[in-house]
Write a protein that binds this ligand. Structure first.
Ligand code: IVH
Length: 668
């Protein structure tokens, strides 16, 4: 077999393994073996760039950056569904349908609570994915959708030449909780629910980030009608056979129903069982099965007459608000928490609910002792959605947001345009002090073992540590006399602290606890600026231009370095031997003719892959940028570079180099 034949075979095999794993839930290869084959394919694709394919299984990890998502026209309008919360209305709808189509049979399905998507396949290849938008036109998010592993990129077998399949992109609970957990660690605002999070994820510019979000998709509508079958149920089954993730009869995600009794039993079954599903649904969709009958029933302006939705009532209970407490985070952010009279909701006892911020409290017009309504959606923390004003006593006291920090009593501050209150007494507020040290020693930061939250709080209380740099001043005699400390635990702590001087720069940067600088942002900053000096001297512009960092994070970084207390801490950490640059780890960029140049790489190349060229640019002191602007120094153009990019470069007078010309320029 030649290399190229091997490459094509690997693609077909990996597509099939993907279907087995993500659609059929029946893996035919271990994860390790799959990764080996994927690596082999990646290698061959680098070697044979002429075999490039947008739908190769290697695109699952993402890579493309979309700056703005073009608006495109839907080929078939994307309508909505009529819906109701009452079973009587469902009964009426069925009677109306049966009057016109006495023989009609129905299909019941789950109503997925996600983001609607229409995906077009031409000759079996995924060519375009578009959001619902206003129903006539939506946003093209093809690159991002290609990273969702349960969406096939290339179909095989007897495939209709050109069709669209629609469905819903959902974020399963595990992925949602993991993501919010990480955001909490990074001090970023949490996503309210999986749907919002799915929707936000699909609009990320960097498809690599999208790939990490763990999105999934269920497909439920093939267009034009009649493409795969004369019945909707048949079309769904046929789409499943083509490798799409469709609702399965065996899971009871879809069921053909003759009349009201079958439909009611499907609804009742899922009203209970939905609590066990790994993703959110918000109701049941009922459709007329035969396309011919669908045609006869037709459409209103907004929705088909051949389908309707029954929406589940979100479980909501009423309980009493006892009091509101305010928590201080390590960055000084204040979070109000409602303490409730215990109540049973969605399988657990609820005692507390998040109130988010001052605006939320005002919006609810919350008073102590109020009878409040509590709901639990996809989110872990229940929320208060309303107040029964009629039950409020005239003497009830309004809940006011606190003016002073519950820990250190300093006056709280709220920036214009922001919702969060902050305690600015970073140096003197003990909750913040402990919080920062806890963050500093955490696993993803300096990973200092032998110490936990309680130890940190004890050290702070005893006045032994005030900020992370103090950890390196701790000595045996300081600790051995503390309550409960033995030789062994003291030794573990001291050796853990000593070992942390070996932690690489990006993790040190993360450990400093700069607001909004999570592990990923810290990596980007470390790679770009290479030393704490360079970062501390960088301007807002320079920082916000790095990858996808943006101005909000950049402003926080500037603030951090402007604070004298932080500069002092960094100087002390340096004296203790903490790693504050990359120089010792990675070779410095060479001085060359392209030092400081901003270079765009586009298209496919023959000697090097795009990523290799980017590495070469960085090695020779250039900066790889993703889009062409007046500030671009060169564009390196490969095969298949889009004409619009070429046009833009020449209209801005940016020199366009071939791969060969670029390599000659730097003397390679
Ligand atoms: S069929 C013409 N089936 O619900 C209507 N929609 O509220 C075709 N949805 O826009 C849609 N699960 O995004 C259909 N099993 C399902 C669905 C479903 C969720 C969404 C869809 C639609 C919205 C209407």
């Amino acid at each position: 077999m030649t290399d190229k034949e091997r490459l094509l075979k690997l693609r077909i095999d990996l597509h099939q393994h993907n279907v087995n794993y993500y659609i059929n839930d029946n893996p035919t290869l271990s994860d390790h073996d799959f990764d080996q084959l994927l690596k082999e394919l990646e290698g061959l694709e680098v070697k044979y760039p002429e075999c490039y394919d947008v739908n190769s299984p290697t695109v699952r990890v993402g890579g493309g950056v979309t700056k703005s998502f073009p608006t495109v026209q839907h080929r078939y309008p994307m309508l909505s569904l009529s819906n109701s919360y009452s079973l009587e209305e469902i009964q009426e709808w069925i009677s109306r349908v049966q009057k016109l189509e006495p023989e009609a049979s129905f299909v019941c399905e789950l109503k997925y609570d996600g983001v609607a998507i229409g995906i077009r396949y031409v000759n079996g290849a995924l060519t375009q994915a578009v959001t619902r938008g206003d129903g006539t036109q939506g946003d093209e998010i093809t690159n991002n959708v290609r990273t969702i592993k349960s969406i096939p990129l290339q179909l095989t077998g007897n495939v209709p030449p050109d069709f669209e399949i629609r469905g819903e992109i959902v974020l399963p609970h595990v992925a949602f909780n993991r993501l919010n957990e990480k955001r909490r660690e990074d001090d970023l605002p949490l996503f309210a629910n999986p749907r919002n999070c799915a929707s936000g994820s699909l609009k990320l510019q960097d498809s690599k980030e999208v790939a990490l979000r763990g999105l999934d998709a269920y497909l439920y509508y093939v267009l034009p009608e009649g493409t795969l079958s004369r019945h909707h149920s048949g079309a769904i089954a046929a789409a499943g056979a083509l490798g799409f993730k469709v609702p399965l009869v065996k899971n009871r995600f879809i069921s053909t129903c003759k009349g009201i009794d079958d439909i009611m039993s499907f609804i009742n079954y899922w009203d209970e069982e939905r609590k066990k599903l790994p993703f959110d649904i918000d109701g049941i969709v009922i459709k007329v099965d035969s396309y011919e009958a669908q045609q006869d029933l037709g459409y209103t302006a907004k929705s088909p007459r051949w389908a309707t939705a029954y929406k589940f009532k979100t479980e909501r209970v009423s309980t009493l608000l006892n009091h509101v407490t305010f928590q201080v985070g390590r960055t000084g952010a204040i979070t109000p928490v409602a303490n409730l009279e215990s109540v049973w909701l969605g399988g657990t006892t609820v005692k507390r609910a998040s109130l988010h911020n001052a605006d939320q409290i005002d919006l609810l017009d919350l008073h102590l002792g109020d009878a409040v309504y509590v709901e639990k959606g996809g989110e872990i923390i229940p929320k208060i959605v309303g107040v029964d004003q009629s039950k409020r006593e005239a003497s009830a006291i309004k809940v006011d947001f606190i003016q002073n920090c519950p820990d250190c009593n300093s006056v709280l501050h709220r920036n214009d345009g922001e919702v969060q209150h902050y305690c600015l007494n970073a140096a003197g507020c003990s909750t913040q002090i402990s919080g920062r040290i806890e963050h500093y020693i955490s696993r993803k930061a300096m990973d200092i073992s032998g110490m936990g939250q309680e130890t940190v709080q004890l050290f702070v209380r005893e006045g032994l540590v005030h900020h992370p740099a103090d950890l390196y001043k701790l000595r045996y005699e300081h600790l051995i006399n503390l309550d409960g400390f033995k030789e062994k635990s003291v030794f573990n702590i001291l050796s853990g602290i000593a070992a942390s001087t070996k932690v690489p720069f990006d993790r040190v940067l993360y450990a400093l606890g700069i607001r909004h600088v999570g592990a990923t942002v810290a990596k980007k900053l470390a790679k770009h600026f290479r030393s704490i000096e360079a970062l501390s001297l960088a301007s807002l512009e320079e920082i916000s231009n790095v990858d996808t960092i943006g101005r909000v994070i950049a402003a926080q970084i500037i603030d951090f370095f402007e604070d004298a207390e932080n500069s002092r801490m960094i100087s002390q950490l340096k004296l203790s031997g903490i790693t504050f640059d990359l120089r010792s780890e990675e070779p410095l960029a060479l001085e060359s003719v392209i030092t400081g140049s901003k270079i765009v790489v586009s298209g496919i190349f023959s000697r090097f892959s795009r990523n290799e060229l980017k590495d070469i640019i960085e090695k020779y002191g250039g900066v790889n940028v993703s889009s062409i602007s007046g500030k671009t120094t060169y564009v390196i153009a490969g095969e298949g570079m889009g004409p619009s990019k070429l046009e833009k470069a020449s209209s801005l007078g940016v020199p366009i180099l071939s791969e060969q010309a670029f390599l000659e320029l730097i003397g390679l």
